[in-house]
Structures are given as structure tokens and as C-alpha cells.
Design a protein around this ligand. Structure first.
Ligand SMILES: *[C@@H]1O[C@H](CO)[C@@H](O)[C@H](O)[C@H]1NC(C)=O
Ligand SMILES: *[C@@H]1O[C@H](CO)[C@@H](O)[C@H](O)[C@H]1NC(C)=O
Ligand SMILES: *[C@@H]1O[C@H](CO)[C@@H](O)[C@H](O)[C@H]1NC(C)=O
Length: 475
């Protein structure tokens, strides 16, 4: 038993750590998306097939009445490859199938014959291969880094007909070569096509490896987008489950909550659907709160000049007279700080964030010492408008409601309610614009290579946001 342990461990080391956990982000590739992939893939297959090389062929045949003829076909080159028909279908459980029909190749080369000891002849020829059919099955799996990977499961290629046209030479030559063309060349081509198609399929893997499985967000956070399971393929879509979790950079600590089950609706109008769950959003809140960055010192110079409300003991003294009496003519400073993870929830057409914070108010003494005046508990609910900008998901929040209760007072009893308006102003003029400046910068979505999103729509649904989009690859 002991002996097997190292094997097990090495096997585990190959698995992405997240394998088996639930997805925070789901991605659905529809048939429309696959069709776009087919168009890109066909160009690659066409390039590959242009590299078919046919080795020189030579031999001796007995051709009555001339007798033994020594022949050779050399310098055979592919001039053109046409792939006028192809289609791709999802294969439930596996991946997809690509069927190419009516393809054609044209080649040219040189022929040479020797017979009757002294007679020699040579010329060129054109060869057209028609009715070429290629069918290949491609599996989609997760690689050891949690990125998708494709491989060819099966491939079959058949050549319909081949016709050869000689330039120069006697007509009996045609019969000599015709036999060869029908058998030998057909075999040579059929043998090369599938490996080249498999090459074109493998060539997709370096592109798939560009999936940003660990996307840097800012100096504090990164998002993990590795796949948490193998893709599921149904008759209408290929679905990926991605981890979709924010982490502190370099320090991956799990939050005290996990993704809930959610499934994307069966929409097919766009190429790609990306579902971002509340888990992903809440893991961000967890990370930023943990990093201690959800706190803000507010000073009077941060309040717009035009505002009648100033952060000083005169303004506050109008509502809490003890402040004006004990600390006349001083500026004030506020520290707003979350006390627990803000909670983000998605209901249809409604993204909200609930946060609980404390606000500590200080008077700034002439010698710069901060004298605490009071601590308030602040409950805030904000609505978020969420949108996609480039390859980022971004947002903007507005204040829904705010509730203040007294935590501690160093200036005696006062009516907290009387400060509601001041704090509403502070939130609207300072805190929310600051948060919005950060939210506008956005958070990276899962992306492959130079991918661009077009016709993008975002809907907030129960427990997740759904992004429906077409994509374009820029090279
Ligand atoms: C989520 O799905 C799993 C497996 O299908 C199930 O065991 C679990 O109870 C579900 N959880 C919820 C909250 O529905
Ligand atoms: C949005 O949802 C929150 C909490 O889920 C709720 O308090 C608020 O009233 C909702 N707003 C709208 C406009 O439905
Ligand atoms: C700063 O001024 C306050 C109020 O006058 C005083 O209580 C405090 O001791 C002073 N602190 C220092 C470091 O001078």
C-alpha cells in the first residue's frame, strides 16, 4: 500500500487543485460560436493541406508493344486546395465533429520515361483530385493547468476521383500513368491528409493555452479562471465550468462560502454566454475586505468646494453642539471602514451590495493630533449597474439607503438621526465616486488570445449575471 502513495501523489500533482469544486463562472459555447471556430479552423486546415508532399515515384512497367518502360514522376507540388464545403457538429459527451466534403486539390509535376533502350521522353503534367472527403472527431478536455485542450479522436479521408493531364508525350503514356494515379497517388494522399488535419487541430492548443487562468486584477487581487471539470457537451452547446474566484495575490485563502448551483439558460443567439455568479462577486468583496483596502480617510479637501457641508466642527456643531463648544474652529477627519465582508446579491435586473461599516469622526488638533469624537455604525445598500467594457466587467453604484446608529460617543449623547444628511452627502460626494472610479476600471473576464467581444449584452438574473456576446479574434 505504501508503495503506491508516491504514485498517487504525483497523479494529484498533475490535477489542477480546483478540480471537483463547483464553478463560480460558467461559459457556454453555442453552435453559432462553434461555426465561427469552424471558419477559422478551415483556413488553418487549408494551409496544412497545401503542405502535402508527394515523394518522387519511379518504376518499370511492361507496356505492350513497346516492352519495358522505365518511368518517373518528380517535382510534384500542390498548387491549390479548395475546401468549399464543411460543417461542424457537437458530439454530446465528446466534443465535436468536422466534416469536409467535395474538397479538391490540384497538383503539377514532371514526368520522364525511358524505353527501347534509347528512347527518352519527358514533359509536365497537371493532376486534379476531386471529391475529397475528410471526417474528423475532436475531443475537448481540460489540460493539467485547467485550460481547455483539443485532440483528434478519429479521422477518415477518402479521395473521390483523380484526373491527370499530360503535356507532351505519346498518348499511350496516359494509360501507363493512369493506373498509378488511381492507386498509388490516392493512397499517398489519403495517408497524409489525416495527420495534417490532426496537426491543424493540435495547433489550436497553443491558442487555448492563452486562457487567463490567473488574471491579475490590481495590486491586491487576481482571479482564477481554471476549469473545475471537463467540459460538458450537449447537442446544442459546449459548457465549461471555471473557478471564477478572486484571491489575494500570492495568498490563496478560501472564503467561508462556496458557489451555489446555477445553470445558464438555453439561449443560442450569441456565440458565447458567460455566467458570473454572486460567488465570484462575493469572493472579490472577501479579498478586498481581507486586504484591508475597504477603508477610506475623508478630509475636508475631498469635499467639493461648492458643497455647503464642510468637514469641520462648525458644520457638525450645528447638529451636535458639544462638538462646536469643546473643539471650536477645527477641521475634522472621518475614517470609514468595513467591519465585515460586503454582500453582493443578484436578483433579476437588480444587483445590490450591502455593507456594514463604522465611521469614526475625529477633530484635527492644531498640532495634528486626532481626537476621536464618535463612532457610528453605518449600514449601506447600493445598487450596481454592471456592464462590459472591452474584456472587462465594470460597474457603477448609486446609494439606495443608509442607516446610522451610534457606536461610541466621546462627546456625550446626541441624536444620530440629525447627522443623516451630512453622511448621505459624504457618501454621495466622496465615498461612492471613489468606489466608482475603481469599479469603472473593471475586472478581467476569461479571455483567449486577442479576443474581442461584439454585440455584447449583460443581464442580471437570479444569483448570476449573464453576458451574451459574439466574439472576434484579431489574429
Ligand atoms: C447542488 O448540486 C449538488 C449536486 O448536483 C447537490 O448535491 C447540492 O445539494 C446542490 N446544492 C444546492 C444548494 O442546490
Ligand atoms: C433590489 O434588491 C434588493 C435586495 O435584494 C432590494 O432591497 C431592493 O429593493 C431591490 N430593488 C429593486 C429596484 O427591486
Ligand atoms: C496636541 O494638542 C492637544 C490639544 O491641545 C493635546 O491634548 C495633546 O497633548 C497635544 N499632543 C502633542 C503630541 O503635542
Amino acid at each position: 500500500m505504501k508503495m503506491f502513495l508516491p504514485c498517487w501523489l504525483s497523479l494529484l500533482a498533475l490535477m489542477p487543485l480546483s478540480f471537483g469544486t463547483k464553478a463560480g463562472v460558467k461559459v457556454k459555447l453555442t453552435e453559432k460560436g462553434l461555426e465561427y471556430g469552424r471558419q477559422m479552423g478551415m483556413a488553418s486546415i487549408q494551409q496544412k493541406l497545401k503542405t502535402i508532399t508527394v515523394p518522387d515515384i519511379s518504376g518499370t512497367e511492361k507496356v505492350p508493344p513497346v516492352g519495358k518502360v522505365h518511368y518517373s514522376l518528380t517535382n510534384m507540388k500542390i498548387m491549390d486546395v479548395g475546401l468549399p464545403q464543411s460543417e461542424v457538429d457537437l458530439v454530446p459527451g465528446t466534443g465535436f465533429r468536422l466534416a469536409i466534403g467535395n474538397a479538391f486539390l490540384s497538383m503539377n509535376g514532371n514526368w520522364r520515361v525511358k524505353y527501347l533502350r534509347l528512347m527518352k521522353d519527358h514533359g509536365s503534367f497537371d493532376l486534379n483530385v476531386k471529391g475529397l472527403t475528410i471526417t474528423t472527431s475532436i475531443a475537448v478536455k481540460s489540460d493539467e493547468t485547467g485550460r481547455p485542450a483539443v485532440s483528434t479522436v478519429s479521422c477518415a479521408a477518402t479521395v473521390g476521383s483523380a484526373s491527370i493531364k499530360f503535356h507532351g508525350g505519346a498518348s499511350w503514356l496516359y494509360n501507363l500513368f493512369k493506373n498509378f494515379v488511381d492507386k498509388g497517388l490516392r493512397k499517398a494522399l489519403e495517408k497524409q491528409i489525416c495527420p495534417l488535419v490532426a496537426d491543424a487541430v493540435s495547433d489550436m492548443n497553443p491558442k487555448l493555452k492563452t486562457l487567463n487562468v490567473l488574471a491579475k486584477v490590481d495590486e491586491f487581487a487576481e482571479i482564477e479562471y481554471s476549469m473545475v471539470s471537463s467540459p460538458t457537451v450537449s447537442a446544442s452547446s459546449l459548457d465549461l465550468g471555471l473557478k471564477g474566484e478572486f484571491y489575494n495575490i500570492g495568498k490563496h485563502q478560501e472564503p467561508p462560502f462556496s458557489p451555489s448551483n446555477f445553470s445558464l439558460p438555453p439561449q443560442v443567439n450569441e456565440m458565447l454566454y458567460i455566467g458570473v455568479s454572486t460567488f465570484t462577486a462575493n469572493s472579490a468583496a472577501f479579498v478586498y475586505n481581507k486586504a484591508g483596502v475597504l477603508s477610506l480617510y475623508i478630509t475636508d479637501d475631498m469635499i467639493p468646494r461648492s458643497s455647503p457641508i464642510r468637514l469641520d466642527t462648525r458644520t457638525f456643531g450645528a447638529f451636535v453642539p458639544q462638538i462646536a463648544k469643546r473643539f471650536p474652529g477645527l477641521k475634522m477627519k472621518l475614517l470609514v471602514k468595513t467591519v465585515k465582508n460586503p454582500v453582493i446579491s443578484f436578483e433579476p435586473n437588480n444587483a445590490t451590495v450591502q455593507a456594514t461599516a463604522t465611521v469614526t469622526a475625529y477633530a484635527i488638533q492644531p498640532n495634528a493630533t486626532l481626537t476621536p469624537l464618535f463612532v457610528l455604525n453605518l449600514d449601506i445598500s447600493v445598487s450596481a449597474r454592471v456592464f462590459v467594457s472591452g474584456m472587462q466587467i465594470a460597474g457603477a453604484i448609486t446609494l439606495n439607503k443608509m442607516g446610522l446608529t451610534l457606536g461610541t460617543s466621546y462627546v456625550g449623547d446626541f441624536q444620530v438621526r440629525s447627522l443623516d444628511n451630512i453622511f448621505q452627502m459624504v457618501l454621495k460626494l466622496v465615498v461612492i465616486p471613489k468606489l466608482n472610479a475603481r469599479l469603472a476600471k473593471g475586472y478581467p473576464l476569461p479571455t483567449l488570445g486577442k479576443m474581442k467581444l461584439v454585440n455584447t449584452q449583460l443581464q442580471v438574473l437570479k444569483d448570476y449575471m449573464l453576458i451574451g456576446t459574439d466574439v472576434q479574434f484579431m489574429g
